[in-house]
Structure formats: structure tokens, C-alpha cells
Design a protein around this ligand. Structure first.
Ligand SMILES: [Zn+2]
Length: 272
């Protein structure tokens, strides 16, 4: 039996906060690659420019009430907007359920970090780039937050937290930079974008070097399976590009949702 205040504080509040944050993430996904401000102007219709009142701008709900069409001019609104909002809400609630009770500060950091990964993922799908503001932002924020909250790395003091974050940054950036370098020498073309290198560096800064190893292993596994599946369905086309950023993001989220415990258990089995 769930107490009413427990329901409100630990289920409804994270769900609603996540849905509202998802609405803001849609703005970031749309405006960041265009180099426009994510704060001003307020929400307006991309087709006719009319301002969107808040009651037509409710996360997830409004898309269904308006049946996927803009209230001002009837232009179709992509279902992806509602999907991003629902996904952000679900991930926020889950991360809060997993980390909130034991480590509320870490939970909030992981939620904002995951939001940044969602933005990176959808921009990578659309443009095959990941903006520096996200990747380098994660590097900088990861270092600063690891010093302020050393418990992110199970460290006892701020220099220890900062050191773990730095190790993660160098491991992440170094590993993929080496892959990019070898790819360029062997394949004589761009095998790995610099955006992916910076993204994994940022992930290492926030999550530590152990997470980097997990993320590289899991993302290449899922990426190969999905890539092969896509090739079988659509066939190989010359110059075809498959973004890697989304797989890195997926693996990082899996780490936060229990991958860390799986790896600690596995290290125990091996007797490390
Ligand atoms: Zn309109």
C-alpha cells in the first residue's frame, strides 16, 4: 500500500517534472543545431509563427487532445514530440526510483545528464552531429560536479572525486580517439566522429572510467546488432551513415539503471 505523500513525492512529482523537462528538451533538439536560443522566444508554431498558449503546450497530453495537429493552423505535429516527453518522464521517474532514496543529489545529476543524452541522441539522428555545448558541457559539468559531490564516484574527498572524473574523461576520450585514429588509417575514411569522442569523454567525466568500459562494450554490441538488422532490411547503400551517439547514450542509461551493479557482481564472480 503506497502512502498518499509517497505517491505524490516519489511517483507523481518526478513523472510531471520529467514530462515538463521533456517539453523543454524538444525545444533544445529543434533549436540547438540551428544555433538559436533555447530560452527566448517562448513556444511558437514552427509553421505559422503563432504563439502557443500553455494549455495547448501540455507535455504528452496536448498532442493527443489536439490529435497531432497545431491548434493555430492545423499543421501536423510529429508524434516524436510526445514521444520525447513521455520518454523523459519515464526515465526521470525510473532514475528517481533507482537512486532517489539513497542518493537524492546524485539522482538529480543523473536525471539532468540523461536529459542531455536524449537531446544529443535526437540531434545525432537528425544531423549526424552532437553539439559541443552538450559534449563539452558534460565534460565541464562532470568535473565540477564530481568535485562538489565526490559520492558520485564513491570518493571521500573533493580531490578524489575530481581525480576519478578526470580518469573517466581521459579513458572515454582516449579510447574512442584511438578508434577514430585507427579507423582513419585503416579504412581511409571517417570511421568515428569527433562528436562521439567528446560525448564518451563527457560520460566518463560524469560516471567514471568503469562506466566507460561498460558503455564501449554494450554500445558496440547493441550497435552491431541494430546495424546488421538495418542492413538486412534496407540493404547497403554507398556512403550510408549510422549514428553511434544514440548507442552510447543508451548504454550510459543502462549503466545508470543497473549496469553498474551487474558489472560489480561480475567482477566479484571473477574474484577481482
Ligand atoms: Zn501554426
Amino acid at each position: 500500500m503506497i502512502e498518499p505523500h509517497e505517491l505524490l513525492l516519489h511517483w507523481l512529482a518526478p513523472l510531471c517534472a520529467g514530462a515538463c523537462m521533456g517539453s523543454f528538451l524538444n525545444v533544445c533538439i529543434y533549436r540547438l543545431p540551428l544555433g538559436r536560443s533555447v530560452v527566448t522566444p517562448g513556444s511558437h508554431c514552427a509553421a505559422c509563427g503563432a504563439a502557443i498558449p500553455w494549455w495547448h503546450n501540455l507535455p504528452v497530453v496536448s498532442w493527443f487532445i489536439l490529435r497531432g495537429r497545431a491548434a493555430c493552423c492545423g499543421t501536423r505535429i510529429d508524434f516524436r514530440y510526445a514521444l520525447v516527453e513521455a520518454l523523459t518522464a519515464a526515465l526521470t521517474l525510473t532514475l528517481w526510483r533507482v537512486h532517489g532514496a539513497a542518493a537524492p543529489a546524485a539522482a538529480v545529476i543523473y536525471i539532468v545528464f540523461t536529459a542531455a543524452l536524449l537531446v544529443a541522441t535526437f540531434i545525432d539522428f537528425d544531423y549526424f552531429i552532437i553539439p559541443d555545448r552538450i559534449t563539452l558541457g558534460c565534460c565541464g559539468a562532470g568535473l565540477a560536479l564530481s568535485a562538489a559531490f565526490p559520492q558520485l564516484h564513491d570518493a571521500a574527498s573533493w580531490p578524489a572525486g575530481l581525480w576519478q572524473s578526470f580518469l573517466g574523461l581521459v579513458t572515454g576520450g582516449g579510447l574512442l580517439w584511438a578508434v577514430a585514429l585507427v579507423g582513419r588509417l585503416v579504412l581511409r575514411r571517417e570511421a568515428m566522429g569527433l562528436g562521439d569522442v567528446k560525448l564518451l569523454a563527457g560520460m566518463g567525466a560524469v560516471l567514471g572510467w568503469q562506466a566507460v568500459l561498460f558503455i564501449v562494450a554494450v554500445s558496440s554490441l547493441i550497435g552491431s546488432v541494430c546495424g546488421l538488422a538495418a542492413l538486412t532490411v534496407t540493404g547497403w547503400r554507398r556512403g550510408m551513415k549510422i549514428p553511434y551517439g544514440p548507442y552510447l547514450a543508451l548504454a550510459a542509461v543502462l549503466w545508470l539503471l543497473g549496469g553498474r551493479r551487474v558489472m560489480e557482481w561480475y567482477a566479484g564472480v571473477l574474484g577481482w
